[in-house]
Design a protein around this ligand. Sequence first.
Ligand SMILES: CCCCCCCCCC/C=C\CCC/C=C/C(=O)SCCNC(=O)CCNC(=O)[C@H](O)C(C)(C)COP(=O)(O)OP(=O)(O)OC[C@H]1O[C@@H](n2cnc3c(N)ncnc32)[C@H](O)[C@@H]1OP(=O)(O)O
Ligand SMILES: Cc1cc2nc3c(=O)[nH]c(=O)nc-3n(C[C@H](O)[C@H](O)[C@H](O)COP(=O)(O)OP(=O)(O)OC[C@H]3O[C@@H](n4cnc5c(N)ncnc54)[C@H](O)[C@@H]3O)c2cc1C
Length: 665
Amino acid sequence: MAEVDHLAAERATARFDVEEMKVAWAGSRHAVHVADRMARLVASDPVFRKDNRTMLSRKELFKDTLRKAAHAWKRIVELRLTEEEADLLRQYVDQPGYVDLHWGMFVPAIKGQGTEEQQHKWLPLAYKFQIIGCYAQTELGHGSNVQGLETTATFDPKTDEFVIHSPTLTSSKWWPGGLGKASTHAVVYARLITEGKDYGIHGFIVQLRSLEDHSPLPGVTLGDIGGKFGSGAYNSMDNGVLRFDHVRIPRDQMLMRLSQVTREGKYVHSNVPKQLLYGTMVYVRQSIVADASKALSRAVCIAVRYSAVRKQFGSQDGGPETQVLNYKTQQSRLFPLLASAYAFRFVGDWLNWLYTDVTQKLEAKDFSTLQEAHACTAGLKAVTTSVTADAIEECRKLCGGHGYLNSSGLPELFAVYVPACTYEGDNVVLLLQVARILMKTVSQLASGKQPVGTMAYMGKVQYLMQCKSAVSSAEDWLNPDAIQEAFEARALRMAVNCAQNISQAASQEEGFYERSPDLLEAAVAHIQLIIVTKFIEKVHQEIPGHGVKEQLQALCNVYALYILHKHLGDFLATGCITPRQGALANEQLGKLYAQVRPNAVALVDAFNYTDHYLGSVLGRYDGDVYPALYEEAWKDPLNETVVPEGYHEYLRPLIKQQQLKLSRL
Ligand SMILES: CCCCCCCCCC/C=C\CCC/C=C/C(=O)SCCNC(=O)CCNC(=O)[C@H](O)C(C)(C)COP(=O)(O)OP(=O)(O)OC[C@H]1O[C@@H](n2cnc3c(N)ncnc32)[C@H](O)[C@@H]1OP(=O)(O)O
Ligand SMILES: Cc1cc2nc3c(=O)[nH]c(=O)nc-3n(C[C@H](O)[C@H](O)[C@H](O)COP(=O)(O)OP(=O)(O)OC[C@H]3O[C@@H](n4cnc5c(N)ncnc54)[C@H](O)[C@@H]3O)c2cc1C
């Protein structure tokens, strides 16, 4: 705890119990305690220091990542941490590295697509780090279009092996994290060819490097793909390139849970949907949604605390300067982001529940919710990452000039975060998947088929296509039913409009292609409806703690009315609300910001982030920003010498030359 709390006055104005809000944010009292313990464990360990990260060269940064990963593993083993604790510890280490892909994709791919026998063989090795794995799907020529991958896995019945080959330059695996330098193994996605027939993309476990000296195995060419956006940031990750020259692997290294190749080379597909092959991506997409709320809340925490500390311009009578957080423009830019952080947290929790539920159903051979899981994970991944990436940049601007310094933590957070809009599915490509499912659902309405899950509202088509909002005062917008109805009507009408336009095209495919920009917006409207709905449902639950429910209610309204205001064109164009009702929503939004203002600092305190995890001099808990900024500047390598290197070669001759010229005048 800080000795001098420059934000004490802010904390004193909070009208709710911060400790109970921590519980609401984390999900349970247990979750708060575990997270707290792990965060402090990391913060107090000098190996996990990260304040110098942006000053390291790529090689130093990579070595630092290896050191941190090894040390984290040592601590996990020494302290016998549970899986939950270990995950949190890695999160607080806060440096992207090969372990993210090992635990996040390699292990889940084997769990999801390997037979029990294969799991029994490979998982214990992975769990003990006797092998290190990555997920090698994307190629130089194709990422989004998975069916377009070119790597081949041709079965050779003579030797009972698959021959893995990269037939073209564009078939080189390109991007997999952990592949470049660290992984010994990969789950490689390749076209399965047997008995002369191409059966499409399947997963194979392939060893890449020697377990003795880490050198590439014969026929394997691999390395790192090069430096990436920003200093520090995602450059700690060894995203890699990989080519195979007729590399042989035993037949039983094909992941055979969904389909098999027999000893004779016969292809057998189990009676399951082929999309289960994409299961690892679905799993990671849902975890990326949870991650979005973490990244967004970090940026917002920095911007809120700093905005409370920073003062600009005085009162007209020469009194004290104004905290920039008191400017209405600052509030209208910042508070919707604060509300979004909470919204994403709760929708992330719900998505995690949905994913668990779908997984259990799949195990019982019930595939009925697969489409719902795909639509929700793809759509929520796309919307939450796009918003978060933009929001981090907005938080940088909200911090003025100091936000541009590395020591603010925001440039690195942005650089680390933006690829989330691309990896695990480009956001536009994913939203078009949602749109495809929306169009399918609309087309089935006429046949009387009742939509289910998050599409259930579309079943109210008769009502939602003609309903008119009853809002007649700003306060009416505080009614969750009014909000819910407006969002449902907007989403449905946008989808139906798209479907009608598509039906006028020469073919469904051509119509979809022509209308894809509108479809994107319809998909966003549907996903925003899900986020609003889940926030409203959360607030309806019993939430203990003085004032906690009231604050969450206010944030829920901020989120919904901000989206309504931002996308007013949609609501007006579809006739869901009138211009007057739009103006009333904006009026209410202003009142809500005033309600949030005294609670703002406490609302970000409830994220319970240590100064180490935040990694920002602007976001310090104690608000003592200026001495920290001043001190940080002196740590820059440029300040190691008073006179810079290069002075004698370039500056002195220049200055002397000018002096000489002047003296000749
Ligand atoms: C400051 C420091 C901070 C440190 C913090 C550290 C954090 C670190 C976090 C690390 C997290 C992540 C690391 C990044 C790792 C990245 C990994 C990757 O990127 S792996 C590669 C991912 N690749 C993709 O996502 C590719 C995207 N493309 C696709 O998913 C598909 O190809 C698709 C869906 C676009 C098209 O597929 P296809 O052509 O086969 O399908 P159709 O469109 O024809 O659809 C057919 C049919 O299938 C249904 N479908 C499609 N996908 C799925 C699915 N996943 N599940 C279920 N069903 C699916 C689709 O709806 C159609 O259904 P139908 O009924 O036939 O209409
Ligand atoms: C940091 C990072 C880490 C990654 N880690 C891994 C990993 O561990 N393993 C792995 O296998 N891969 C990984 N990837 C690859 C990643 O999954 C792909 O980059 C991603 O799926 C996007 O595919 P792409 O690069 O082919 O983009 P493209 O599909 O080429 O996208 C280019 C543009 O075309 C647009 N576009 C493409 N298709 C359509 C369409 N049908 N309709 C409209 N517009 C379209 C996109 O919106 C985009 O604007 C990683 C990528 C990054 C950046």
